[in-house]
Design a protein around this ligand. Structure first.
Ligand SMILES: Nc1ncnc2c1ncn2[C@@H]1O[C@H](COP(=O)(O)OP(=O)(O)OP(=O)(O)O)[C@@H](O)[C@H]1O
Ligand SMILES: [Mg+2]
Length: 242
């Protein structure tokens, strides 16, 4: 299988000249579950936005063999689904059901299929019974699950999630871990929670000041006290069920 994501010499500077990413190169094989870790402001979200085709910097990004450029944007967006850091940017329909159904409907799936998928995904996201609720009336944790559901309903080959564990209580976090384990897609997850990273990924990429600082097996990266502390993070525990 080829690479799900290939990034070569990619840099991005924001309009106010803040450094977003600085000469990043990395490859993610299909099916891998990767966490992006790094301190606040290190560039995790910027990297996910670049992968999703939301920003355009210098260098080259290829998603499932498709080069990311304005001409291919539609294909890129249907291949990689991005769960954004702020769920309010993702939820805009009058009800949860409508929000989760939006993607599959847009893909032109038949009515019955849209209905079935939407109910299944809402159930998987632990939001059963909330179908008719207005997304802005959901709790913070529920909004986060809802944002994930709006992407899952489209079954993209590659899914990115920006801090999906934020605002989740321990039971909801456990359900999220289970959900992530059950997904066969390539997953790229930004998180500041090292125990969560230890649970859900088979590779950790540490970002610092817009650069890849370390890249390797979670056990190696997340237990390296010096590396973690130098980058404003803490070590993870691997000994218990987190
Ligand atoms: N819209 C923007 N305009 C200007 N600068 C920005 C913008 N978004 C992010 N930045 C800057 O780019 C850098 C990387 O930010 P980014 O959001 O990628 O960090 P992050 O690792 O996701 O942090 P966090 O853990 O807080 O979410 C930071 O210095 C930030 O201030
Ligand atoms: Mg971020």
């Amino acid at each position: 299988m080829g690479d799900a994501v290939s990034i070569q010499k990619y840099s991005y500077t924001y309009a106010d000249e803040s450094m977003g990413l600085d000469d990043v190169s990395l490859n993610i094989p299909s099916g891998q579950k990767v966490t992006l870790i790094g301190a606040n402001g290190s560039g995790k979200s910027t990297l996910l936005l670049a992968m999703g085709g939301f920003i355009k910097g210098t260098g080259k990004i290829t998603i499932d063999g498709i080069e990311s450029n304005s001409k291919n944007l539609k294909r890129i967006r249907s291949t990689i689904g991005s769960v954004l850091q702020n769920p309010d940017e993702q939820l805009f329909m009058p009800t949860l059901f409508e929000d989760v159904a939006f993607g599959p409907r847009n893909m032109g799936l038949p009515f019955d299929e849209v209905h079935t998928i939407t109910h299944q995904v809402i159930d998987r996201a632990g939001l059963n019974g909330m179908e008719s609720k207005a997304p802005h009336h959901l709790s913070a944790g529920q909004k986060r699950s809802a944002a994930i559901a709006t992407i899952l309903s489209m079954s993209p080959k590659i899914i990115t999630m920006d801090e999906p564990d934020t605002s989740l209580d321990p039971a909801s976090r456990k359900s999220l871990v289970k959900l992530l384990e059950s997904l066969s897609q390539t997953l790229i997850i930004a998180t500041c929670n090292m125990d969560f990273a230890a649970r859900v990924s088979d590779r950790c990429i540490l970002i610092g000041k817009g650069k890849v600082v370390a890249d390797g097996p979670p056990r190696e990266i997340l237990t390296n006290r010096q590396l973690m502390e130098q980058n404003g993070l803490e070590t993870a525990r691997f000994d218990q069920g987190n």
